[in-house]
Design a protein around this ligand. Structure first.
Ligand SMILES: [Zn+2]
Length: 107
């Protein structure tokens, strides 16, 4: 499909360059196609960025079984996870925080 699209674009540009068709008749659809592609790419990035949305209700973390902390590489802040909402690490300073799991010592 993309090959056909690029072939049509190439033929249109070629006809415009040869002066057989006015450039506005080729340029306007190309501009519309560019705007369409930017819009579709923007919505795609929004869909990919929604991984923080939880799948189900929040689940409490059993502190006796696991201790999960998140560390921010930007400012050094560290948070202790008490209730898990989503599997994706939270963000701080615009970046994902690093997860660290500690297993209780059973000795
Ligand atoms: Zn931070």
């Amino acid at each position: 499909m993309r090959r056909v699209l690029w072939a049509v674009v190439g033929v249109g540009v070629l006809l415009a360059l040869l002066g057989l068709v006015e450039f506005r008749y080729v340029g306007a659809p190309l501009l519309g196609l560019l705007i369409w592609q930017v819009g579709v790419a923007s919505f795609g990035s929004l869909r990919r960025g929604a991984s923080y949305v939880p799948d189900g209700p929040p689940r409490p973390v059993d502190a006796d079984q696991e201790r999960v902390t998140y560390w921010c590489a930007g400012c050094g802040a560290e948070v202790l996870l008490l209730v898990r909402g989503a599997d994706t690490p939270p963000r701080h300073c615009g970046e994902r925080m690093a997860e660290r799991r500690e297993v209780p010592n059973r000795t």
